[in-house]
Every structure is written in structure tokens, then in C-alpha cells.
Write a protein that binds this ligand. Sequence first.
Ligand code: ADP
Length: 295
Amino acid sequence: MLTINNLSKTYPNGVRALRDISLDIPCGLFGLLGPNGAGKSSLMRTLATLQRADAGSVRLGDIDVLNQPKALRQVLGYLPQEFGLYPRSDALTLLDHFASLKGITSPAERAHAVESLLRLTNLWEVRKQKLGTYSGGMKQRFGIAQAMLGEPQLIIVDEPTNGLDPEERRRFLNLLAKIGQDTVVILSTHLVADVRELCGAMAIIDQGQVLLQGAPAPLIAELEGRIWEKPVEDAELAQLQKTAGLLSTHLSAGKTVARVQSEGAPDGQFRSVRANLEDVYFAALRGHTSSAVAH
Ligand code: ADP
């Protein structure tokens, strides 16, 4: 279990990236969801001990993370948002190198760890190919392989599905789902679908603050019966934006459909629809920022 208490971070330029963040993160896949600029990477980098916090505390089991960065790094696997690879190296050589850096000194043990991770990530067949020739999805899978070296207790993956095509994204999410249930895995993302498909627990953050945390199913259940939809023209949409609880819009057969949160039908043309995790997300952001409405 990872426990974060009252964590705050202000950058030298004055941006308050984390404001009094408190989160209890259990084992399993935890989704940290928020729009761009919410503070997700700042939180991930702070947890990974790559930057210092101004205030607060973080515990992973017995480890006082902010005061024992070396101990934390021993049990951390981290896939940063910008993951640089040596393009002229191949997966086998580089993963073996990372394994040495992780302290796996026995060659036999290292060979075993490297092979099993390259097989797990479906890269064994292409292990001798130069990393520069890998697709985005293959690079991300290699990133997970290196993050899993040394059986970490905490794995942090920051916006890992950015830029992946649907098939690569699917393979990547399937891979994350395979990581052990006794590991804390934090998946930071701005994609609600990533969290919906994978995570048993989640938090939504914006402007450096936690807006909501819990399990997706009960959060969705709370909105059941309060979500309404109707096709709208531009003028009416502008009106809804001002008056009703507009959550999001989407297109259906070329028509804009508005999704609204309301205790009862806003008018006779709205129909009641099932709530989903996107509604939870936009309901949390609504009122918090003016830019919360999705298209
Ligand atoms: P996210 O990962 O959710 O997109 P970030 O943590 O990258 O959010 O950014 C949160 C805020 O902190 C943004 O306003 C961003 O511009 C700012 N920020 C991030 N990194 C730095 C930095 N090294 N120095 C100054 N400001 C930063």
C-alpha cells in the first residue's frame, strides 16, 4: 500500500503543481486520471524521487519515500512519459544492461530475468532488432519490461498509451493487466477508457488537487438516473453550457448530442441514459475548471 499525505510542490517559476495531495493507493492497478497540466507527471516524478516535494509525506510499506529515496529506488519500476532509448542498441543488450544497473549481478539470474520479461512483453522474437526500428507500442512494451526488472513493489507508468494506435494500445493494456496483484501499479493517463478497462481504484486530479477517489463502479452508480441526452443545435448547446449541467458532447450520425447531469429530465426531449466513467470524470471536473466539457 502506498500512502500519500498532504503532498505539495511549487516549481521555482511559481506554478503550484501539487496542492495538498492525499491518496491511499492499494495493490493492483490504480488509475490517476486528469487533463493535461493537472499535475500527474509532477506527482509521478515526486513519487519516483526524481524531484523533491515542498511538504507532505509518502509511505510505501516500511519506506519513508521522501526521506529514503535510495530505499524507494530499490523497489521502484518507472516508465516516464519521455522514455529515451538507445536507438542503436537491441532489446536484449539494453535490458541486460538495465538489469545490471538494477543490481542483478549473477549472469544466470540476469539472463533468466531478461528472457522472461522479453517473452512477457512479446518482444522475444525481435530481441536482436535495433530499438530505433521499434514501433511506438514496441518501445512502450520495452519500457514496461525495464520497469518490471527486479520485481518492484511500486510500478509507475506515466501516460503510457499516448500516441499508440488502437491495436498497440490494446496489447499494452493487456500487458499492464498481467502485472502481479501484490504490486502497486500507478497508471497516469488523461484517457478515461484506460482507467475503465483496467483499474479497480482511481483518483481524478486537476490543478494539482484530488477531486475524487474511489472504485469506478460505485462512483458510476452514484450518477445513475441523473444522466440525460439529447441531440442539440449549436445555439441550444451554447444555452445548455450556461444553464444546465452539461457534461460532454459527442457526435451521432453527424448530429451533436449533449450529455447533461440533472436530478430530473431538463425538458421533455431529453432521454435518460446509463451513467459511465466519463460522466464521473466530467462531473468531477465541472465547476472546477471552465474547460471541462469534452468534445
Ligand atoms: P500533467 O502530467 O497532468 O500534464 P504536469 O505535472 O506535467 O501535468 O504539469 C502540472 C503543471 O506544472 C503545469 O502547469 C506545468 O506547466 C507545470 N510544470 C510541470 N513541470 C514543470 C517544471 N519542471 N517547471 C515548471 N513548471 C512545471
